[in-house]
Design a binder for this molecule. Structure first.
Ligand code: MLT
Length: 241
């Protein structure tokens, strides 16, 4: 397989994704939220760009008699009128089982929406990294790890998460790595203690300053969930099936 990394949502060239398998990563915290909600039996998650669209989507889904929850953030804080913030720890089995979640975040849901040209879109984070790599081995096609990044820029957290997945893929097999994929792998293999490395990242400090240390610790736990959510392109909803 050829393995490549795109370092932020602003660097996505949609035509490059055609026929590729994409793994969208926003480990702090959007993709960690999606994975957690679906592992806790949410029915599906809709990744939505704007707050207005999120409220409209809720109206539409309520007409279909779905049980709907709104989640997400702006500037890492809960949005007025929403049920949840962007903390994965809020999306418990008790709260989300059987429900449809509409999620709008600054970078993560944008990166997912910009990835729709890919053949398949998987949702990845540190918490389900091993499961993602097992799925990629089965699919056996060229892979692009799309890092959501922060406000269109590179972020250390998503990059090392890609590096961890690339390292897992290369444990037993040889793959063709782009220079950036080699760099991500190198960074991970020389910094296997993720918190130690990520603590210098810009978004980490923002979340820390908001007393979200528990979220940070949770999002850095390797392989605690073994599901791989995928985007259903016809409905633009994310499911685990
Ligand atoms: C995002 O999508 O921008 C992030 O997940 C921000 C956050 O940590 O809430």
């Amino acid at each position: 397989m050829k393995l490549d990394v795109i370092i932020s949502a602003d660097n996505i060239k949609e035509e490059y994704l055609e026929d590729k398998i994409v793994v969208v990563i926003d480990m702090l915290r959007a993709t960690s939220v999606i994975i957690t909600a679906l592992a806790n039996k949410a029915k599906e998650v809709f990744p939505i760009l704007t707050v207005e669209e999120a409220f409209n989507k809720k109206e539409e889904l309520l007409r279909d008699e779905k049980e709907v929850l709104l989640g997400g953030e702006r500037k890492a804080l809960k949005i007025e009128g929403f049920d949840f913030s962007n903390s994965p720890l809020e999306y418990t089995l008790e709260k989300v089982e059987g429900k449809t979640v509409i999620l709008s975040t600054t970078n993560g849901t944008r990166a997912i929406n910009l990835s729709l040209k890919a053949k398949e879109i998987l949702i990845g984070a540190i918490i389900n990294a091993k499961a993602v790599t097992e799925e990629l081995k089965k699919l056996n096609k060229d892979v692009v790890f799309i890092n959501a990044g922060t406000n269109g820029e590179f972020s250390m957290d998503d990059f090392i998460c890609s590096g961890y997945m690339i390292s897992l893929l290369c444990e037993k097999d040889n793959h063709e790595l782009s220079d950036i994929a080699k760099t991500a792998k190198y960074i991970y293999e020389n910094n296997t203690n993720l918190i130690d490395y990520i603590k210098d990242a810009r978004h980490f400090s923002i979340l820390k300053s908001l007393n979200l240390m528990k979220d940070l610790e949770y999002c850095c736990e390797k392989d605690i969930i073994d599901i791989v959510p995928k985007v259903e392109k016809s409905t633009k909803s994310i499911k685990y099936r």
